[in-house]
Design a protein around this ligand. Structure first.
Ligand SMILES: *Cc1c(COP(=O)(O)O)cnc(C)c1O
Length: 399
């Protein structure tokens, strides 16, 4: 029998705060009631704040992040349209595969897993595309498989340099709400997220922020769409209603989760993720292990992918952490299977939760044959968390 809690140290689904869970514990309600908009209208405007857009249109689909990927493509592009994408990990690979499956002509740039979006290669290809054949550029802001954050603003800048008019699609599933995302500043046309990562909810909402340019493109784009049709969504959403039955409990949870994000302050939320992530990185350094991410400038603040030495099978580490220490670690995906494991540090999280993940990782690593010293990573993270602490007045001592 298992006692205590199972620690969720994966980059999604993330921990749901108790207050958010409680907020969802409400009876079913009439989604056509005259006051239903009291709950939903504010969700649209507050999600705009999280994406940092004033004019973007928010779509909330019952579905996961993958649904929002598909909605973005089907509403704005035409069969055979050329799109520029890079593969740098499992999620960017899956999005490229989807684009091919949906009938796009995908111009692929493969980079090593651990690198970010290849901005200069994108610049070269966009510069050569004088006829404007490339209709969209896709960026995975935070590649969850490798723990790499790419520079969306830099991609926008190279598009501007050559006056390229392609739409800019960005996967922000593991960044929006945890790592700074600036839809308007970067002029992102289609920004995707899901409910179960930075928004600290169960899976079930695929969320999309759409620029005015992308809304205009959707009016004459010809890929077939039905469930995901923008016009159906926007015509109902105007008054807070939906074209089909929405998951109302999740909306109550979303209300509470957004309240919490704003109460903490988005900038503080980003800073907390950075600080917690740094503790995990210092632990990794103490073990003498490399990150999958190639350079400190692209380290992700929501997930760290850690390479294990050749004598250790990362699958044993993940299995052992779960079976023996009640901790779910993220697996090495695709070609990283067995070679890396991931510690997710996204969402509702604090220092001691990260320390628990590091401690379980150490025990599971040693069990799997690693020669690291128990406690070395924990100590490095503890030292960082103490040194970097935002000093709180100690109420008890002051009394
Ligand atoms: C989790 C994730 C997805 C997939 O989202 P689902 O909600 O599982 O469909 C896509 N992209 C990234 C970067 C992710 O982290």
């Amino acid at each position: 029998m298992k006692t205590g809690i199972t620690h969720l140290a994966i980059p999604g689904p993330t921990n749901v705060p108790e207050a958010v869970r409680q907020a969802m514990n409400v009876p079913m309600q009439d989604m056509r009631a005259p006051d239903f908009g009291d709950l939903t209208v504010g969700l649209f405007s507050d999600l705009r704040r999280v994406f940092k857009t004033t004019n973007g249109t928010i779509m909330i689909y019952p579905g996961s992040g993958t649904a929002a990927w598909e909605a973005a493509i089907m509403n704005t592009l035409n069969a055979g349209d050329r799109v520029l994408m890079s593969r740098q990990g499992q999620f960017s690979t899956l999005w490229a595969r989807m684009a091919e499956q949906l009938g796009l002509d995908v111009e692929l740039v493969d980079v090593p897993w651990g690198a970010g979006t290849p901005v200069s290669e994108f610049a070269r290809r966009l510069g050569n595309d004088v006829e404007g054949k490339i209709k969209a550029v896709f960026v995975t802001h935070n590649e969850t498989a490798t723990g790499v954050t790419s520079d969306v603003g830099a991609v926008r800048a190279v598009m501007d340099d050559v006056y390229h008019e392609a739409l800019l699609f960005v996967d922000g599933v593991s960044s929006v709400g945890s790592i700074d995302f600036r839809m308007d500043e970067w002029r992102v046309d289609l920004a995707v997220t899901g409910s179960q990562k930075g928004l600290m909810l169960p899976a079930g909402l695929g969320i999309l922020a759409v620029s005015n340019r992308a809304m205009a493109a959707s009016r004459h784009a010809t890929l077939p769409r039905a469930y995901f049709r923008f016009e159906d969504m926007t015509s109902f959403n105007r008054d807070g209603y939906f074209p089909y039955t929405p998951p109302t409990q999740l909306f109550h949870g979303l209300r509470k989760a957004l309240d919490r994000l704003f109460e903490e302050g988005l900038d503080n939320v980003f800073a907390r993720h950075r600080r917690l992530a740094e503790g995990v990185r210092r632990a990794t350094e103490a073990w003498g292990y490399d990150l999958v991410a190639e350079h400190c400038r692209i380290y992700s603040d929501t997930v760290t992918a850690i390479r294990v030495p050749p004598e250790v099978d990362a699958r044993d580490v993940i299995r052992g952490a779960y079976v023996n220490y009640n901790t779910s670690l993220g697996s090495g995906l695709g070609p990283l299977a067995g070679k890396a494991f991931r510690i997710g540090h996204i969402g509702d999280l604090n220092e001691v939760m990260c320390l628990a993940a590091i401690a379980s990782s150490e025990m599971a690593l040693v069990d799997a044959g690693a020669t690291i010293e128990l406690g070395s990573g924990v100590a490095a993270a503890q030292a960082w968390y103490r040194d970097s602490r935002v000093r709180q007045p100690m109420a008890i001592a002051a009394e």
